[in-house]
Each structure stands twice: as C-alpha cells, then as structure tokens.
Ligand binder design. Structure first.
Ligand code: FPP
Length: 249
C-alpha cells in the first residue's frame, strides 16, 4: 500500500460504501454469481488501498446485510467462505499497513469460523492508528437502532439511567459506530439509489454519491470522482448559505 497522499482538498473524513452489482457483473460475463463476488473482493482491496493513499481516516463497507440471508443458501454459504478466505489472505498486509479493522453486525448469525477470524483480526489490529476500516456483516440499520434502544432500556430498568436523559447523543453513542464520526459521504455502486437499511442513523447528513459502475469494476478513478463530488458540496446542516458565508469571515 502506498503512503497517504494528502493532495486532495476537502476530502471526506468518513466514507461509507454500499458495494452493489457483483451478480450483474457476473451475469454480463455468463459467469456464476460467485465469480462476481470474487471479483468484488479485488475491488475491496483496491478501494482500501486507494482510501489509504488519499488519507481517508474512516472507511465503512457494507459486505452483507441482515436481509442478504434471504439469498439462496448456496450463495450465502459461498459468500461466508469467501469472507473467511479473504480475511485469512489479507489480514497480515492490513496489519502491516496499520489498518484498524472492526466489524459491525449480528455475530450470532455468523458461522463460528468466521466469528473467530473476525475476533482475531480485531484484536490483532486494535492498536493500529492508520485507516479505521469497518466491515458491516449481518448488519441492518434498524437492528442497530433497536439494539441501542434495548441497551438503554436495560440500563433504565436497573436504575442506571434516567429515561429523561435519553437524547440523540446518548442513543448515537449506543450504536455500533459509537466513537466514529458520521459518514460524510455514502457511495453506492450498481445503479440503485437507495440506502437498503445501511447506517440509518449515521447517514442523516451524509452526501450521497450513486454510481452505475458495478462493484467489481469500481476503480481508483471512481473513488476519486466521488471524493471530488463531495468536495463540491456545501454542507449546511440546516443553516442557510448566507450564514455559512458569514461564519467564514
Ligand atoms: C452486492 O452485489 C454484493 C454483496 C451482497 C456482497 C458483497 C461482497 C463483496 C464485495 C465481497 C467481499 C467483501 C469483503 C468485505 C471481503 P449483488 O450480489 O447484490 O449484485 P447484484 O445486485 O448485481 O445481484
């Protein structure tokens, strides 16, 4: 992996990615869907390397949603094997490049072998101070919010929390991405323009970049195009442009 190149101005601090289009990429080539997922792993590697090169501090990838379990069992099984193999192959290099790897989602729905790899990867890279890479696996945005609410209710039930103290900040800090700044930019490949139950809470103010490129074809130049788009956005958070101009003076 190359050293960070900070030449891009106004680079997003946190980029979240919905990697879509593996199946169509494979179909276009008369290949099985699994071949598309394999090609998708290469695009994941390219994207991580380029995010490091661009000095992006946080990258979050949607690898497998709670709803993806509805796919044919053979496809789900092959995807899980692919995740295990990819982790085994890539973890040392990620570690050498100081990537801190974290996973979010329902581990109780994942196979034991995968959970073991996840836990080993997280503990191996925990102290790394480079790119903070989060992989969402068996993840759903509604589940995340419901879990946070459940944890707060449990604390309230034992008298550890006054319900009157529950606010946006407390709920936000009970979510999977607690401590991680909200994504500045959401990239979705594959031509669809929806959030698909990804980081529902955290994406509240994210800029959205939808691309027709199928995930296995996602190239460095596509990430640069998304970052450049982000650089042209005016983020107002409810303010007016005039207020923002005045605050610059
Ligand atoms: C969406 O394409 C992709 C997935 C459900 C799986 C994503 C997995 C990878 C990119 C592989 C590697 C990931 C990691 C983190 C190692 P699709 O199958 O929904 O495509 P389609 O919409 O064209 O059918």
């Amino acid at each position: 992996m190359a050293a960070p190149d900070h030449t891009v101005s106004n680079c997003p601090v946190h980029i979240a990615v919905i990697m879509d289009g593996n199946g169509r990429w494979a179909r276009q080539r008369a290949l099985p869907r699994h071949a598309g997922h394999r090609a998708g792993v290469k695009a994941v590697r390219r994207t991580i390397e380029h995010a490091v090169r661009r000095g992006v501090p946080y990258l979050t990838l949607f690898a497998f949603s709670s709803e993806n379990f509805r796919r044919p069992p053979d496809e789900v099984g092959r995807l899980m094997t692919l995740f295990v193999e990819a982790m085994q192959r890539e973890i040392d290099e990620l570690h050498q490049n100081k990537v801190c790897l974290r996973f979010i989602g329902r581990r109780d729905q994942l196979a034991d072998t995968l959970v073991q790899r996840i836990e080993a990867a997280e503990s191996m890279t925990a102290a790394n101070e480079g790119l903070r890479l989060t992989v969402a696996m068996a993840y759903g945005g509604r589940w995340d919010v419901a879990e946070a609410a459940r944890k707060l209710c449990e604390r309230a039930a034992v008298g550890d929390l006054d319900p009157a103290d529950v606010d946006e900040s407390l709920l936000g800090s009970s979510l999977c991405l607690a401590g991680v700044p909200d994504p500045d930019l959401l990239v979705r490949t594959g031509g669809e323009q929806r959030i698909s139950n990804f980081l529902l809470w955290n994406l509240a103010y994210s800029e959205l970049w939808f691309s027709d490129v199928l995930w296995p074809d996602f190239a460095e130049s596509d990430l640069d195009a998304a970052i450049a788009y982000f650089g042209r956005r005016e983020r107002r958070y409810g303010h007016t442009s005039e207020q923002l101009e005045a605050s610059k003076c």
